[in-house]
Design a protein around this ligand. Structure first.
Ligand code: NAG
Ligand code: NAG
Ligand code: NAG
Ligand code: NAG
Ligand code: NAG
Ligand code: NAG
Ligand code: NAG
Ligand code: NAG
Length: 419
């Protein structure tokens, strides 16, 4: 009986041993994937079990276990030793904390323990996966005033749902307008919304690099400045400069004279040659705006002063030639003086002048802003008339003398005949 009962017993023991050995050795990580923010402290939550009767001799974490070799202990690695803290114990808790994580720490980590019995060693595969992320603001470069824009704080892995995002504009925290957890919605954007945006996680020191958001808008605050300054300007012309506040900067400017429909000029500056009221209009792709008008009074002395001659400028003595002085000025010149070259005092006044003598004459046109003289014109009086009249007088005297002679001769002959 006893001989026949013997065989099943070792089998049962074998099964029991197998059960014990598979159930007794275990390392579990909770969670097994961790997404951590740059420069934060990471808790790698870990528990382990081993069969009763074993005593734990050594516990450590390793990054690169190699089959068949004793893996390196991270706490002896200078890259980790300062930042690694074992929070567990030598019974069942193998939790560690890794501080100031960098993207280089993205890796798989394993817990390993050695026991006293037969130097049994155990590595907890498949390990805990750590991913370290930074934050990046995703935003368009520019948005048009009045439109909506959504900014996203991007991470390369999914941070916990409980993470609260904080937004900054030009390093100032923004309190409102948070949309979905990692998004910031700016509605009906205003110019003041332009700036450098960055994001962070509540409770963490890391702040993302800033992204610049530019707000584009049509020209506004368009104004004209006058150079030289002042609305009333002396000189030949006055330069008007159009300035505007616009984004992108206005590059297209038109100039108008008040109550004239068509433009009188283009470009950021304009030379007003005449008096009047002028304004500019600045354009960019978002629209245009006009400035207030400025009054320009050009105090313009006469210019383009010239003398014109009726006829050829050659006359015979006794006649005269009329010289007319013309000028282009604002206000018009009403006062003209006439001079003979190399004579200091005027020889005449008024817009026209009758030259009776040969010479070089010029005029000077005046208005209240100054005067200008013309080039000189040459008037030549021919002496020929006197010669011809002298000849004709002499001729007539000869004819008279001859006539008298003829008449006298005839009278003598008649007298002699009578006698
Ligand atoms: C660690 O794991 C335990 C058990 O799974 C869990 O109750 C605890 O919340 C975890 N702690 C962290 C910080 O994940
Ligand atoms: C392990 O120890 C850490 C630190 O003391 C503790 O936060 C964690 O809850 C412990 N884990 C378990 C499963 O007890
Ligand atoms: C990293 O965190 C520490 C505090 O935990 C902080 O003093 C330091 O400024 C942070 N470094 C960066 C680059 O954010
Ligand atoms: C227009 O520009 C002037 C000068 O730069 C500034 O003082 C003024 O506040 C601006 N006005 C508006 C409405 O932006
Ligand atoms: C400037 O703006 C006016 C009005 O929008 C347009 O007619 C003109 O073609 C523009 N000129 C240039 C050079 O863009
Ligand atoms: C332009 O017209 C307005 C009315 O249409 C008038 O009041 C103003 O005096 C005019 N300006 C000039 C410079 O003619
Ligand atoms: C014309 O201008 C001259 C030179 O300025 C001045 O001497 C003269 O009085 C002016 N005559 C009249 C009528 O304005
Ligand atoms: C006027 O004087 C200039 C030199 O002062 C001389 O060259 C010119 O010939 C003179 N003209 C007349 C018409 O005398």
């Amino acid at each position: 009986m006893s001989v026949r009962m013997a065989p099943p017993l070792p089998l049962i023991i074998l099964i029991m041993v197998h059960r014990v050995s598979s159930a007794g050795w275990d390392v579990s990580y909770s969670p097994s994937h961790i997404c951590a923010l740059k420069n934060s402290s990471v808790i790698m939550n870990c528990t382990y079990t081993y069969p009763t009767g074993h005593k734990i001799m050594k516990v450590f974490w390793s990054k690169n276990p190699v089959k068949g070799k004793e893996p390196p202990d991270m706490s002896e690695d200078p890259e980790y030793s300062q930042r690694l803290q074992y929070l567990g114990d030598k019974q069942q808790n193998c939790t560690i904390r890794l501080s100031h994580v960098t993207q280089k720490d993205s890796h798989k980590y394993y817990f390993r323990f050695n026991t006293n019995k037969c130097s049994k060693k155990w590595t907890g595969y498949p390990g805990v996966t750590l991913t370290v992320t930074d934050l990046q603001v995703e935003a368009p470069e520019r948005v048009t005033e009045g439109h909506n824009v959504r900014l996203t704080c991007k991470s390369s892995c999914t941070l916990t749902d409980r993470a609260t995002f904080i937004w900054y504009r030009n390093s100032q925290p923004l309190t409102e307008r948070r949309d979905r957890n990692n998004q910031l919605l700016l509605q009906s954007v205003r110019r003041e919304d332009a700036g450098r945006y960055s994001c962070a996680l509540h409770g963490h020191s890391y702040i993302s690099p800033a992204a610049r958001l530019s707000v584009t808008y049509a020209p506004r605050n368009v104004s004209v400045s006058i150079s030289p300054s002042g609305e009333i300007v002396e000189g030949d012309s006055v330069t008007l400069i159009c300035s505007s506040d616009s984004n992108p900067p206005a590059l297209n400017f038109s100039w108008f004279k008040e109550n004239q429909s068509s433009a009188v000029g283009a470009g950021q500056s304009f030379s007003a040659l005449q008096s009047g009221r002028f304004y500019c209009e600045a354009h960019n792709q978002h629209g245009s705006q006009r400035s207030d008008a400025v009054t320009v009074i050009v105090k313009d002395p006469p210019r383009s002063v010239a003398v014109s001659i009726t006829g050829s400028g050659e006359i015979v003595e006794g006649d005269s030639v009329t010289l007319i002085c013309s000028s282009d000025s604002n206000p018009p010149a009403l006062n003209f003086s006439w001079f003979k070259e190399n004579q200091s005092s005027a020889v005449g006044s008024g817009q026209s002048f009758s030259a009776l003598q040969s010479g070089r004459f010029y005029c000077e046109a005046h208005n209240q802003h100054g005067s200008q003289r013309s080039d000189a014109v040459t008037v030549t009086v021919k002496g020929g008339a006197m010669f011809y009249s002298f000849v004709s007088v002499v001729g007539r005297l000869v004819i008279l003398y001859i006539s008298i002679g003829v008449i006298c001769g005839a009278a003598v002959i008649i007298t002699m005949l009578i006698w």
